[in-house]
Design a protein around this ligand. Structure first.
Ligand code: DGL
Length: 263
């Protein structure tokens, strides 16, 4: 089926997930919604997050999306149940990858960097509680990081200082795995790596989400079987500069268009 896969996030971060999905499913068409005007979602109430997710979902459904990837941990942990109960398309969500980190840790201590909205959600509490019986989970809210990434400040002094401030206490607690529980954070991996060194594993959920997306498309017989050049539309309700930097590249096997609009 040639209908697009829809993606939404509070901003540009979900493109880290989009890239993984497209690498695995290169012929799929996609529409990505970057709700940057309302970022960060992580500081909002559950009710507000659900309302924004409804708005984003309805925009994508009007464009005939066959499946929606909620490319945001904060939106998933607060709203995916509502979305699945309300709309008649499959939803793929993203949650902090505690399980792979818990399986890998030798120090029995892992770190999670995520938004307040994710760490305070009932879904995160439920998932993490099954692991808390045998490992120590050091949670940290990455307040301010999403805003810096939205501005394209991946490598600024301010970003490095904030990362240092959040990560140093985790290093002192002897974590050996760091879960990136926000889809914006994979864009900071080079800076994070400089701070945590090579012995701490950095884990995100992008690849797992891509595999799950493929499996659900296949199960519902929604895969795009034509081997045409794929088309990708990005809609953003703020300045499009950072988004363009992240998604326009030399890969001419796909058509990419970034559009500034209101929604
Ligand atoms: N990319 C979103 C996430 O994964 C960022 C949330 C926010 O805007 O605070 O949680």
């Amino acid at each position: 089926m040639s209908n697009p896969i829809g993606f939404f996030d509070s901003g540009v971060g979900g493109t880290s997930i989009w890239k993984e999905v497209i690498a695995l499913l290169p012929h799929e068409n996609t529409i990505y919604l970057s709700d940057s005007k309302n970022a960060p979602y992580g500081e909002k109430s559950k009710e507000d997050i659900v309302a924004l997710c409804i708005k984003n979902t309805e925009f994508l459904l009007k464009q005939n999306c066959k499946l929606i990837v909620v490319a945001c941990n904060t939106a998933t942990t607060n709203a995916i149940e509502y979305l699945r109960n309300t709309y008649n398309v499959p939803f793929i969500g993203i949650e902090p990858a505690i399980k792979p980190a818990a399986l890998k840790t030798k120090t029995n201590t892992i770190g999670i960097l995520a938004t307040k909205g994710t760490l305070n959600s009932a879904l995160f509490e439920k998932t993490s509680s099954t692991f808390r019986t045998h490992i120590k989970i050091k949670e940290t809210i990455g307040k301010g990081l999403v805003e810096l990434i939205e501005k394209g400040k991946f490598n600024s002094k301010e970003t490095t200082a904030l990362l240092q401030y959040y990560l140093q206490p985790m290093i002192e607690e002897n974590i050996d795995a760091l879960v990136l529980g926000c889809t914006h954070y994979p864009y900071l991996i080079p800076q994070i790596r400089k701070i945590v060194g090579n012995t701490i594993k950095i884990i995100d959920s992008g690849e797992a989400v891509a595999k799950q997306t493929k499996a659900i498309l296949k199960k519902n017989e929604l895969l795009q079987l034509q081997k045409e050049i794929s088309k990708h539309f990005f809609y953003i309700n703020m300045d499009k500069n950072t988004l363009k930097k992240l998604v326009l590249n030399a890969n001419n096997k796909k058509q990419v268009k970034v559009i500034e609009t209101t929604f």
